[in-house]
Write a protein that binds this ligand. Structure first.
Ligand SMILES: [Zn+2]
Length: 316
């Protein structure tokens, strides 16, 4: 058995063997998606970081939370130095991201540049780090599209991400708006030579279609149940039914779990479900439905580590 590759966190390289507790596979710790000016789709580095830190510290203490995949990318208000500060203050490892979100949030560069140039921007950021900070992304994501087929600019952003992933050995997480377009995203990404096991299709818990989940997992790709607790989009009861169906079909090793905290109102201090909703509410429901601790460890620790490093099931 050869040793698996190293995780790239905001505080430096980390061996997957050193990650003993669960991970959150799709979160935001600092972000700005505010398009209306009401400030709701914001996690502000000044105002909200103390609350984010106290949530993560509590989860580390209570549930052993060990890793957060922070998928705020270009044009989403990404802030790598604050991520490093949060990681140091809480002791929770954070993997930062690069890429482009879906079309309404594309910055000018996506409008102006072709796939080659976009791919070069990503490769440069992965190799050299974020603007001289020395902090490097450890994953591509959340690279997005909306609808059943990505738009032309979204297609370029997805192809560029796939090329950068192939060139650098990172994996790609997608944003599939309302769970739609996963199969088309996978086809585009693998069409650039990226193996399916290097792809995670995002927000699949918003799509009530177990057949699509099975098809994606069968190809070797990861299927994200990553908006757990967002009851206005989907009930957790439906999420649980869909996850159990995927597990039942033999694909427990392809599911990734998270809450996608993307507004300050989702923080527990503001009465929201918080980053801990997965551990405090959803996993107890999964256990009640028959999941044992080995399955929970697979879903919340081994799967994200294997996805990030590209390892096989024999390795992690
Ligand atoms: Zn997200």
């Amino acid at each position: 058995m050869h040793s698996t590759s190293t995780l790239r966190t905001v505080t430096g390289p980390l061996s997957p063997e050193a990650v003993h507790g669960p991970a959150l596979a799709h979160e935001h710790l600092v972000l700005d998606l505010d398009r209306t000016g009401d400030g709701s789709a914001v996690l502000d580095a000044g105002r909200h970081t103390p609350q984010v830190c106290s949530e993560l510290s509590a989860l580390s203490e209570e549930f052993g939370l060990s890793l957060v995949m922070e998928l705020t990318c270009r044009g989403m208000g990404r802030d790598p130095s604050t991520l490093a500060e949060i990681s140091r203050r809480t002791g929770v490892a954070v993997v930062a991201a690069t890429g482009w979100y879906y079309e309404p949030f594309h910055p000018r560069e996506v409008t102006d540049l072709g796939v080659d140039e976009l791919g070069e921007i990503l490769v440069r950021e992965i190799e050299d780090g974020f603007g001289g900070s020395g902090i490097r992304p450890g994953v591509l994501g959340e690279v997005g599209s909306h609808g059943d087929v990505p738009s032309e600019p979204e297609t370029r952003a997805l192809r560029a991400a796939a090329r950068a992933a192939v060139a650098t050995g990172l994996s790609v997480v997608t944003h599939a708006q309302l769970g739609r377009g996963g199969p088309a995203q996978l086809k585009l990404l693998t069409g650039e030579g990226l193996p399916a096991h290097r792809v995670c299709l995002g927000h699949q818990d918003l799509l009530d279609d177990p057949g699509v989940h099975r098809e994606l997992a069968q190809s070797g790709a990861y299927v994200a149940f990553d908006t757990i607790g967002k009851e206005s989009y989907q009930s957790d009861a439906t999420r649980l039914r869909l996850l159990l169906a995927l597990i039942e079909a033999g694909h427990a090793d392809r599911a990734l779990l998270s809450c996608d905290i993307s507004r300050h109102a989702y923080l527990t201090s503001e009465g929201g479900q918080g980053y801990g909703h997965l551990f405090r509410t959803f996993l107890p429901q999964l256990r009640a439905a028959g999941a044992d601790e080995d399955l929970v460890d697979l879903l919340t620790r081994r799967n994200p580590l294997r996805f990030l490093t590209g390892a096989s099931v024999e390795e992690i």
